[in-house]
Design a protein around this ligand. Structure first.
Ligand code: BTN
Length: 329
């Protein structure tokens, strides 16, 4: 761990209190002047520090742009063991993760960026990824699982993300099958899972997510504001970007282990609580045909269940679903 990360780790370990310069120097085996110089440099990167005579230092505001050493300090504090490769800007974190896998990088690992110039969404769509306080991150794994489990991993991670955002930050995030997270009915996160599959096993798998954290939505065009949102605009204040990123990385690391050990029972049990399609009238587009019915959750394969007015239930594994008006019931 470099000295900036160690200093910042000592500071975030005492969020309310001050850390005495002399204690810090002794703890880290540095001189007081050495510590002061490092903190001076860090504040040039946008980190706001308060220094009080006889009490010490305290972080009063994190920088708006991600700061690698602060990120590392939070990853350490959250006990995250997978390496996270940080970029200020990159084409696509999923593509970079594919490149690292092809190079033989050991899994698991993550690639994160503050901006993407060629962000990719589902169905070959572009994922607009400005440097605006959002998180673009991809996790690479080599699960050696049967390919049929691919379908449920995005749902599993998505559900865990919902539970975490509800419990930890009180934000009522819900999942919209198959790959969106919504907040107050508007898209706040998109997920994209890509895998290379051998005949009978998943060789490697990349789970990418783009999460609108601190972007300011008031400047967005009206039609975008109707469809999408950010955590900040619902919470009414900025979220601690570095801390949240480390927490989410820890969550995905742990959820992956959980996924390997579990079957779909737990997913099916918790799904209704966070499923924004449940009991809603849905229109499902497939092969230029529309199926209209009520959302009835998912099955063990991760297929969306829709019940038509005739009572016929469809299990749908791919396609576009939209929420219609009113309830059929
Ligand atoms: C979608 O809703 O269509 C999925 C969007 C997924 C976007 C994320 S951002 C991080 C990762 N890198 C990419 O290029 N795409 C995913």
């Amino acid at each position: 761990m470099d000295s900036d990360t160690r200093i910042l780790h000592a500071l975030i370990a005492q969020p309310e209190g001050y850390v005495n310069g002399q204690d810090l120097a002794e703890q880290l085996g540095m001189s007081r002047v050495g510590i002061w110089k490092r903190l001076q440099k860090l504040s040039e990167s946008g980190l706001q520090l308060t220094a009080v005579r006889n009490r010490g230092y305290r972080i009063t505001r994190e920088p708006e742009q991600p700061l690698q050493s602060l990120m590392n300090a939070w990853l350490y504090r959250e006990n995250v063991s997978m390496p996270v490769h940080w970029h200020a800007s990159i084409g696509s974190t999923n593509t970079e993760a594919q490149r690292l896998l092809a190079e033989g990088s050991e899994t698991p690992f993550a690639v994160a960026s503050a901006e993407q110039t060629q962000g990719r969404g589902r169905m070959g769509r572009r994922w607009h990824s400005p440097s605006d306080g959002n998180l673009y991150i991809s996790f690479a794994f080599q699960p050696s699982l049967p390919p049929k489990r691919m379908q449920t991993i995005t749902l599993f991670f998505g559900l865990r993300l919902c539970i975490f955002m509800n419990q930890r930050y009180g934000l009522p995030v819900q999942i919209k099958w198959p790959n969106d997270l919504l907040l107050n009915g508007k898209k706040v996160c998109g997920m994209l899972t890509e895998a290379r599959v051998d005949a009978d096993a998943i060789r490697d798998l990349i789970f990418g997510m783009g999460l609108n954290i601190n972007c300011e939505t008031s400047q967005w065009p009206e039609e975008v504001r109707r469809m999408a949102t950010s955590l900040r605009s619902v919470r009414g204040e900025r979220l601690p970007f570095h801390r949240l990123t480390a927490e989410l990385t820890g969550l995905i690391e742990e959820s992956y282990q959980h996924f390997l050990r579990s079957d779909t029972r737990q997913l099916l049990k918790e799904w209704p609580d966070y499923d924004c399609l449940h009991g809603r009238t849905l229109n499902f587009e497939r092969n230029q045909k529309t199926i209209t019915g009520v959302g009835e959750g998912i099955d063990t394969q991760g297929c969306l269940l829709i019940r038509e007015a005739s009572g016929k239930i469809h299990a749908l594994n791919a396609g576009e679903v939209s929420i219609g008006s009113g309830n059929l019931e």
